[in-house]
Write a protein that binds this ligand. Sequence first.
Ligand code: FAD
Length: 491
Amino acid sequence: MNRLHLVRTQKPPVTTHYTSRTLDSTQPAASRRRACVKQLELGPSKTMAYRSVCKTLVNLHGGATFVQMRHLSTSNKLNNSYRAVVVGGGAGGLAMASMLGSKFGKSQVAVVEPSDNHYYQPMWTMVGGGLKTFDQSARMTKDIFPSNATWIQDAAVKFDPDNNTVYTKDGKELKYDLLIVAMGLQLRFEQVKGLQEAIANDPMVCSNYSAETVMKTFPALQKLESGNAIFTFPNTPIKCAGAPQKIMYLAEHYFSKHGKRDKINIIYNSSLPVIFGVKKYANELLKIIEERNITVNFRHSLSEVNHEKKEAVFVKLDSENQETVNFNYDFLHVSPPMGSPDVLKNSPIAAENGFLAVHKETGQHTKYPNIFGIGDCTDIPTAKTAAAVAAQSGVLNRTIEAVLAGREPQKLYDGYTSCPLVVGYDKCILAEFDFNAQPLETFPFDQGKKRTSMYYLKKDMMPEFYWKGLIKGKWEGPGVFRKILHLGMGK
Ligand code: FAD
């Protein structure tokens, strides 16, 4: 983390709260600032006692920050003013809403989330493999929404960070003291020519990556009798970078169990130059790929699908003139291109790459100290997973506490992320690693080996951690268990 930068943007501390009693709006700004004599060094619980809203005014050029506090009537909800606004009610959004709701109180925390349904997306690998039903991965948002937060069923369409305002599709203007951005990734099926048409018209083209397409996968695996089964990995950052190959191993195992494996060629075409970003796990995966006679083509990026000809076109990314190569497919599982949501990408809070610009170890925005981010939509350079969201939620909660108390955040995120690499109907390699792609394993045995225990952990226990822990703000990842299981000697 650029700690110097963090310190600089926090001078004077962003928790310097001033009551409106000390502020006379007819005074010029500078003297109003001088008049802000009442500094409240508040911990979060004390902060709650004040029924007030802070307005953070950031003088970016001078690097100075101060917080002006105005008294809030009980009608804050009607006025659409909140202590915290969370944009996105997925894994990270609900975790943070639960944590902040218990700090600030229900009418003080709003979550902007358009969807009626909430999905445990990691289960879609199992849905595609026929191991779980789609319904098992879904809940009604209203049924799992934190009781201590307010749901605004709407979509954010514009961020105005200089005025602490988020605008919504239905025309709401939401004011906040703290903004948490947790919008996830936008799927970009349209970036592959012909893909949407192929998904709509060809039962053998599927994708575990969306609620609309995941239910096509297992029927297609069942239907396939022979030919080419192709699995793709796009040329963009994606969520759960292991998922494009997990479904391939399940498919291979399924074909073997049903006596059709020798009539099916399994082909993995990936834009990446490696099978997995962590060497230890990559080595094991390459062994499995060889044992099971799977063809892998690196640096091949899907650019077009012609479902009438049953053809998939790939760009050879390392070729001089971006040559293309055509593959006939009989089954095609596509991991689509993904990116930062447009609303975020085109906003002043995005980094150059379109993701939310945050300090990677604290989750605090690099420019606006009252803005924070969690999960897939941030530019935190780690693999985008729900496991990472869990670890980030614990850190971000403490970052916000520290910021409110005028302290420098002490708990720093180490990049922890995890990818349960399901390699068949009874085995899983539980990859866990940090920012430096170094293993950060919870269990005191070699997680590089495929294991049945890890398979059941992934299939049956992780959904419980999600529904009962993560989205309720009660699961911050396995860090504590890791320490205990390694007798305090691990990281
Ligand atoms: P999300 O959970 O995607 O939530 C984003 C939310 O923002 C959504 O609810 C969306 O509706 C909302 N939103 C979007 N735009 C707006 C807007 N304009 N206004 C308001 N709200 C908006 N992770 C693991 O840890 N392990 C796994 O094994 C695993 N496997 C996976 C397999 C598949 C097939 C997939 C698809 C994902 C997998 N993941 C896995 C990844 C994991 O699901 C995500 O990393 C995680 O959900 C990210 O959480 P998030 O809060 O950042 O985003």
